[in-house]
Design a protein around this ligand. Structure first.
Ligand code: PHE
Length: 456
């Protein structure tokens, strides 16, 4: 095939693609968001829905994104255009690519705010701020830093947020192999090792049994319609699906790499990291007076410093841990911009460096809203996580399942019949789309139900 390489570059090996995609998937979603939304949604039941969404919706959609990307070898926008045309579908499918680009900007704008908190905490920890600290102290420290409201300008927050956006734009500007690969090659394995160490430590000093029960004891009564939507949205968010990040990365995957195995590897890695983060954080939360599971976005910033504060060398280990979280956030952040970069380079033939300045500035402006206003941050998070990503994922599943020519799919997957093909077809045509639609409809149905009952 003439276009069996991408003009933006290629991953140098299968391993590097898995690392890069895992780098995109593993980020603040696993370490910051998963624990806090699990805490807010009451634990076990929420975790189960999340795991089901990963397996039955996330995995097929991830396979779809990789195969679409590799079949098109261009930015998600142009890949969708090209594949839709070739399969006799309309130009409208490019909207999936466009929505993804917009979602990427929106997500990065608040992602960078949280990453900025992480950067700030590196220095707080390294400086020994939390040595011997209790839950009260860590809670107060956090609100003093991030709890400012207008007209007070949170200068520190703004500063670290800006540093993170600049770093992201700089790395994406360097392009696939020089920028992206370097960042993921070493940092991911180290982060993983340290996280396991933290779980062991939390098990020793914290209330591991309570944490385990909280995470894995299924209690259906705690399941709310909003919790279910949150769980599904998070499955997309944590796997970087629904906005073209994995599709863009898929465009740089060498021809003979197996879509199924890589997608499964990435999904498993991502899930294990999230569960480990939960198992590191909740034992501390349950064993520390002044901390509570439902603390919200502040959760890891209140709980982890208590753990590090009680540890010999805790200032050092804690600082190193937050450095790694910052890098995990960075390898996710760059994938949020990659679809836009690839498109602009294709469309206007500009240099990645030029794009970086414009894209960075746009994200920065949007993100200032989230720096100064928590409700604004919450709203952007809601719009992207609960609406845009699931919607994008739904459309991607429908496109791969119903529109794309079977020949193209079969060539990418490496099978065209037998049980594998049947499982794939059922998953991408029915299970994933119906799953998304059902979760979208669930709050609606409950609301109508309640309304009728209230009336009677
Ligand atoms: N998956 C990333 C995380 O969990 C966030 C992300 C979402 C990255 C969507 C790219 C696309 O932190």
């Amino acid at each position: 095939m003439a276009d069996d390489v991408s003009k933006h570059g290629m991953w140098s090996s299968r391993m590097l693609f898995v690392l890069a995609a895992a780098g995109s998937a593993v980020g603040l979603g696993n370490i910051w968001k998963f624990p806090y939304i699990t805490g807010e949604n009451g634990g076990g039941a929420f975790v189960l829905v999340y795991l089901l969404c990963i397996a039955f919706i996330g995995l097929p959609v991830m396979m779809a994104e990789i195969l679409l990307g590799r079949a098109g070898r261009e930015s998600p926008i142009n890949t969708m255009r090209k594949l839709a045309r070739a399969s006799g579908g309309g130009n409208d499918w490019t909207a999936v690519g466009w929505m993804g680009v917009v979602a990427g900007f929106l997500i990065l704008s608040f992602y960078a705010v949280i990453a900025g908190w992480v950067l700030h905490y590196i220095f707080l920890l390294a400086g020994g701020t939390f040595t011997g600290a209790d839950g009260d102290f860590t809670t107060k420290t956090f609100s003093a830093f991030a709890g400012q409201t207008l007209p007070n300008i949170p200068w520190q927050e703004l500063f670290w947020f800006t540093v993170f956006i600049a770093a992201t734009a700089y790395i994406v500007a360097r392009g696939v192999s020089r920028g992206l690969e370097m960042a993921v090659r070493w940092l991911m394995p180290v982060l993983f090792t340290l996280l396991i160490g933290l779980v062991v430590y939390a098990a020793i000093v914290g209330d591991f049994a309570a944490a385990w029960r909280f995470l894995f004891k299924f209690d259906a009564s705690r399941l709310t319609a909003d919790g279910v939507l949150e769980a599904m949205g998070h499955a997309f968010f944590t796997l970087s699906l629904g906005m073209g990040a994995i599709m863009a990365y898929g465009a740089y995957v060498p021809a003979r790499v197996s879509v199924t195995t890589t997608a499964a590897t990435i999904a498993v890695l991502d899930t294990v990291v999230a569960l480990c983060a939960g198992l590191a954080i909740f034992p501390i939360v349950f064993a520390t007076p002044g901390l509570e599971a439902g603390a919200g976005p502040a959760l890891i910033f209140q709980s982890l410093p208590v753990a590090f504060g009680g540890l010999k060398l805790g200032a050092l280990v804690g600082a190193v841990f937050f450095v790694l979280v910052a890098f995990a956030a960075l390898t996710s952040a760059i994938s949020l911009l990659e679809p836009a970069f690839a498109f602009l380079v294709e469309r206007y033939n500009v240099k990645r460096g030029q794009v970086a300045i414009v894209a960075g500035a746009a994200c920065w402006l949007l993100g200032v809203g989230s720096v100064v206003s928590d409700p604004f941050l919450g709203w952007v998070d809601f719009l992207t996580g609960k609406i845009m990503l699931p919607l994008g994922g739904l459309l991607i599943a429908l496109f791969a399942g119903w529109v794309l020519a079977k020949r193209v799919v079969a060539e990418q997957l490496g099978f065209a019949e037998g049980w594998k093909w049947i499982v794939w077809s059922v998953a991408i045509r029915y299970v994933a789309p119906i799953g998304v639609v059902a979760v979208f409809a669930y709050p609606l149905v409950t609301a109508i139900h309640e309304h009728l009952h209230a009336g009677s």
